[in-house]
Ligand binder design. Structure first.
Ligand code: TEU
Length: 600
């Protein structure tokens, strides 16, 4: 897995257009708003933008419900705006990857409109249509399903939607049910149908011909459904997610996609939902063809699930050893083949500093510790907009402040069903977990709407009141800010191959507060990526080594170096405190202190 590739060396920056920058005063971000900030992205030093969906969509799920894959959502602008964005990024040496959402479409997509029109419609088999079942022949309760009077049926199986409630909706027009693993208005495409695959590959080629540099593939490990669409199996503790992930033909479909439209110069990152994704499987997904599916990398969820309960109104306790164990397993598992993505944040996740850091007294320092980790592990780091400022969760107070279907649907359903009494009884957990924490506007300055939209506009989501303290203008003016630290990390990655390609060795897996590891690159072995790009490998020894020491704690912590490193001459390459050293020695680390030592 160590061959030199641009997407291994890159830092990816995720733009959620709805909340990034609004130039036309409608309270919703737009593509021209991203163009306006192209210099900002270049100054930060990132190499690639991942753009969340900007396609035509009724926005039931903020663009993840696409009604036309080849048109731009009017709220966001025009195709000409998009072309200008592509050029603005490319002119600055920044690549662009687009979201590929092909597990499902919107119910307003022309394919679905045709599909639902009649049982013998041309495109009926583009989606999953099935007859309902007689409730007597199942364990299901017809009262749990929404059917018109006189229709005494339950769905073809017992699957539940990821957003709560049944994964099937009854269609009155044709008297059958269709599958939707997400919202009722996001019907699942039938990948078993070769015509669907052709349509998708043509569409991907169309975007590649427009000059994009890759795809982020939404829930791509859901596209192959199990044969016969069987019920879940409660005796074996199998929930819907276990039934529908990594299905029987997933490698056929991805292999076909690889051969038809992809190549290794594209960044392809597959979002792989699962409670646990076997690392071996991730290796197959991220190994080049013909043995693997040829994706660059995947997003797994194992670290994102540590602090989650079974429902959005439940949380769980996480510990640092648990978090390290997840990362250590993935670092080891993809050391030889495959490649890791590195992320704590995206548009579906609460803010990292509120979750894994300390968003009170040590917001700045803990944001830097988390950044140091993601930018010095082996893999490709992803920054979600605002992360580079240390943006925090939003102080939600009531249910009507939320916009997200994945927050509103399950909570309302649980209240209606008497599972929870009211919002207040679950407020803390919902506020901790909601995806909307990531979706409040980007904080550019300390003006009324943080510079996101015009002062006389109404932003689609409220601006976090901490914009007076946390915003781009202040962060750029302050050399000690989180923003400057991100910039330093990004530029360090460009100077040192060891950060990209070096081996990872964890040194303190069981420590409650410290995460300590080395990265080592043999600069003269056969594994050495070629140095044709002129990277700095002018070390005196044959090994380039860095040591990373991170204190994940709001109090001081004693660091005792392992014997083999004790006393070894060293410099500090980067730290979030004022620090100089001459050697690796035992130290008292300050709260949330991060140090990158150069041992070469
Ligand atoms: O998300 C996949 C997904 O299932 C989760 O991230 C989900 O939000 C979480 O498990 C909560 O239950 C992708 C997109 O990133 C997300 O924004 C979309 O809503 C979803 O797919 C459907 O397209």
């Amino acid at each position: 897995g160590g061959a030199r590739r641009w997407w291994r060396e890159a830092v990816v920056y995720q733009v959620y257009p709805r909340s990034f920058n609004d130039t036309d005063g409608d309270g919703v971000g737009d593509i021209r708003g991203i163009v306006e900030k192209a210099d900002y992205l270049a100054d930060l030093g990132i190499d690639c933008v991942w753009l969340n969906p900007v396609y035509e969509s009724p926005n039931v799920d903020n663009g993840y419900d696409i009604s036309d894959y080849r048109a731009i959502m009017a709220e966001f602008g025009t195709m000409a705006d998009w072309e200008e964005l592509r050029d603005a990024l490319h002119d600055r040496g920044i690549r662009l990857i687009m979201d590929l959402v092909v597990n499902h479409t919107s119910d307003e997509h022309a394919w679905f409109v045709n599909s639902r029109s009649a049982t013998d419609a041309d495109k009926r088999d583009y989606y999953w249509w099935r007859e309902g079942r007689d409730p007597e022949e199942t364990d299901l309760d017809p009262d749990d399903y929404d059917t018109p009077p006189g229709v005494d049926e339950v769905p073809p199986n017992d699957w539940e939607s990821f957003f709560g409630g049944p994964a099937w909706a009854y269609d009155e027009g044709t008297g059958e049910w269709y599958l939707h693993l997400f919202d009722e208005r996001q019907p699942d495409l039938n990948w078993w149908n070769a015509a669907v695959r052709e349509e998708v590959f043509d569409m991907m080629q169309w975007w590649l011909d427009k000059g994009i540099d890759g795809f982020r593939m939404d829930v791509i490990n859901l596209i192959s459904k199990p044969d016969g669409l069987p019920d879940t199996d409660p005796e074996h503790d199998i929930r819907t997610i276990d039934r529908v992930t990594n299905g029987p033909r997933i490698h056929d479909y991805l292999g076909e996609m690889r051969d038809r439209v992809l190549d290794e110069d594209l960044l392809t990152v597959g979002e792989m939902v699962a409670d646990e994704l076997p690392v071996e499987l991730a290796k197959r997904y991220t190994t080049p063809g013909p043995d693997g599916d040829g994706l660059s990398m995947v997003f797994h969820f194992e670290h994102m699930l540590l602090d989650r309960g079974d429902h959005i109104w439940e949380t769980a306790e996480w510990t640092l050893p648990d978090l390290k164990a997840v990362f250590d397993r993935w670092q080891a598992g993809l050391a030889e083949e495959g490649w890791n993505s590195l992320y704590f944040n995206n548009h579906d996740q609460p803010r990292q500093v509120s979750r894994f850091g300390d968003d009170g007294a040590y917001r700045r320092e803990s944001a830097m510790v988390l950044a140091t980790l993601l930018h010095t592990l082996r893999g490709t780091p992803y920054i979600y907009q605002g992360e580079e400022l240390g943006m925090t969760n939003y102080p939600f107070e009531s249910l009507d402040e939320f916009r997200d279907v994945d927050t509103l649907n399950p909570v309302r359903r649980a209240i209606d069903g008497g599972v929870i009494s009211d919002f207040d009884s679950v407020k803390d957990a919902v506020c901790t977990n909601s995806r909307d924490n990531a979706r409040t506007p980007m904080q550019w300055d300390d003006s009324e709407y943080a510079g996101f939209t015009a002062p006389d506009a109404e932003p689609w989501m409220p601006v976090n009141p901490n914009k007076d303290e946390i915003n781009v203008a202040d962060a750029r003016a302050d050399p000690e800010s989180v923003w400057h630290y991100y910039r330093d990390l990004i530029s360090l990655r460009k100077e040192r191959d060891v950060i990209v390609y070096g081996d990872y060795e964890p040194l303190t897996p069981d420590h409650e507060s410290l995460w300590v590891y080395t990265r080592t690159l043999d600069t003269e072995s056969g594994d050495d990526p070629d140095t044709a790009t002129g990277r700095d490998t002018n070390r005196d020894t044959n090994q380039d080594t860095i040591l990373v020491v991170l204190n994940f704690d709001s109090s001081e912590t004693r660091f005792e170096p392992p014997d083999e490193l004790d006393g070894r001459p060293a410099d500090v390459l980067l730290s979030n405190y004022d620090t100089t050293v001459e050697a690796v020695e035992s130290e008292t680390l300050r709260p949330w202190e991060a140090r990158i030592y150069d041992l070469s």
